[in-house]
Write a protein that binds this ligand. Sequence first.
Ligand SMILES: C[S@@+](CC[C@H](N)C(=O)[O-])C[C@H]1O[C@@H](n2cnc3c(N)ncnc32)[C@H](O)[C@@H]1O
Length: 199
Amino acid sequence: MNDPSINPRETGFVRLDLQQLFGNGHPVILEIGSGKGRFLISTAIERPDVNLIGIEKSLHYHRVIRERVMKRNLTNIRLINHDAYLVMKEMIPAESIAEVHIYFPDPWPRKREQKRRIIRPEVLSEIERVLVRDGSAIYVTDHQEYFEAAAPLIEQRFPSERRIPGPGDAPRTNYEAKYREEGRPIYEIRFRKPLQSTE
Ligand SMILES: C[S@@+](CC[C@H](N)C(=O)[O-])C[C@H]1O[C@@H](n2cnc3c(N)ncnc32)[C@H](O)[C@@H]1O
């Protein structure tokens, strides 16, 4: 099957036409930091009526996901190996994404590195821009301090709901499976772009 990767180093950071990219107008789900691709692949199989874009900064993980997608002949996934903020800002059209998913992003616990965290104001602005009206997003972490810093930034901007995944919720990613097995607490917040503009 065709390579699912889009390489901005070759194409430049051009705005994507998602309808043309997938060959249909199905809703598009964006995942930031896909790791080994468990969420992308299981969602692509369970929901063939959606399209998925996985942005993963690590070339190693990007290649792991690409192999898995090609092996399974999944045609509703595209992969971009670059920084998610840049990709969203330059490549993703406004109001084009139905759901944004962020699972266990790097916590950058050191004070001087916290500016690299993916939950930061300029990234949230991009999430707000790319989501369709009434589109939703989810951020999940095991890192309490990161969650306590990030959740208020989300709550300032979006209608949101904090929750704690229970034993009935299947793990969505490899990190979630591993941490839940270890009995670590998991923190989750779901948020939404309002249907009506508040401006
Ligand atoms: C701790 S892992 C979690 C992987 C997966 N989401 C999971 O839950 O199993 C964080 C992932 O985010 C990726 N990542 C970190 N910063 C990123 C960024 N700015 N843009 C895209 N991916 C990023 C890392 O390369 C890594 O694969």
